[in-house]
Design a protein around this ligand. Structure first.
Ligand code: FAD
Length: 288
């Protein structure tokens, strides 16, 4: 199944992201995560693509295949082109196809200042166009409600996003954000710009002060006052912050669904208990 078809039912799509286990853990440790996520019946699960070379990314492929073939949940494999030329992309796509994985998230990836990027695909729109014209994968792409870090302004970011959709991206998944108003404003700008494909909202529950500070510095998401208050009050009390962070994510998601969002993409951080708690609190809302 191609993921964009999921949005034709009119129901809010609910999906999850996992990442391959660290090099020191066996790939089998992903089963624990997937066993937990299976219970919440996500519409699809995506698997991130590491910056650590082809060996690491065979793991992305292996996990996507496990999700697709053993859990019978549609899988989306992330694929970045900043360190991959056409030949490597062809190899990764051939492997995914052989494994029955039908969907990819086509990304440029972050440029590492000390490693010159490959030049076959300079931006994600070129990768999207290449995959659409040479294969029958369902192709999704990333978007940034507060603008991408490298982008001088939201107007040019949305112009390039439109080019990515015109190149063939059939569905967009957003960067994490903590203020729904940022997302709703972004959505409106996209629709005005003629971007009509489904756009899923990326939600990451705040579980620890250090991890959220790291994520925010990596992706540039802003912290609204409501959230900095929680971090200030509960930052030194891990269990209290975890409860408050889960409640915050549930509040964000129920508001997004009330606002008619196409889908919710939960950054699970391979933590199925948190995903289960969030999904459990939203069961009636999700079934609307
Ligand atoms: P692009 O769409 O190429 O955009 C990058 C920048 O260039 C933007 O500022 C954009 O405005 C600008 N731009 C776009 N097109 C053009 C153009 N034609 N000409 C000039 N400028 C242009 N990273 C990983 O390494 N692995 C992952 O698994 C991963 N998963 C992600 C999942 C999601 C949902 C998101 C939101 C991000 C993910 N990332 C991942 C991070 C992503 O790789 C980085 O944000 C990266 O810097 C940009 O990738 P992109 O595909 O959005 O790039």
């Amino acid at each position: 199944m191609k993921l964009h078809e999921l949005f034709q039912t009119g129901k809010t799509v609910f999906s999850c992201e996992v990442f391959p286990p660290k090099k020191t853990s066996p790939v089998d440790s992903i089963y624990k995560t997937l066993d937990g996520l299976k219970d919440i019946q996500p519409d699809f699960i995506s698997v991130t693509f590491g910056a650590g070379g082809s060996q690491v990314n065979q793991t992305t492929r292996e996990i996507a295949a496990i999700i697709q073939n053993q859990y019978h949940i549609p899988a989306m494999a992330h694929l970045t082109c900043v360190a991959a030329g056409r030949e490597e992309v062809d190899g990764l796509l051939a492997g995914l196809k052989a494994d029955g994985v039908e969907n990819v998230l086509a990304l440029r990836g972050d440029v590492n200042p000390s490693v010159p990027p490959k030049t076959d695909f300079l931006h994600a729109n070129e990768l999207v166009s290449y995959i659409r014209s040479t294969s029958d994968f369902g192709v999704s792409a990333a978007c940034y409600p507060e603008g991408h870090l490298e982008s001088p302004d939201l107007v040019s970011d949305i112009r390039y996003l439109k080019a990515k959709v015109d190149a063939g991206a059939q569905h967009l998944v957003s960067q994490l954000f903590f203020d729904n108003e940022d997302f709703f404003r972004f959505l409106e700008r996209c629709r005005i710009a003629g971007i009509t494909v489904p756009i899923e909202a990326g939600i990451m529950p705040v579980l620890s002060a250090s991890s959220i500070q790291r994520m925010v510095s990596l992706c540039g998401a802003s912290l609204p006052r409501k959230l900095t208050r929680l971090l200030g009050r509960y930052g030194d009390h891990p269990q209290a912050l975890r409860e408050a962070g889960i409640a915050y994510a549930i509040d964000q998601i129920s508001d997004l669904i009330a606002g008619g969002v196409d889908g919710i993409h939960l950054y699970t951080m391979n933590n199925p208990d948190v995903a289960r708690q969030i999904a459990g609190s939203l069961s009636s809302i999700r079934s609307l």
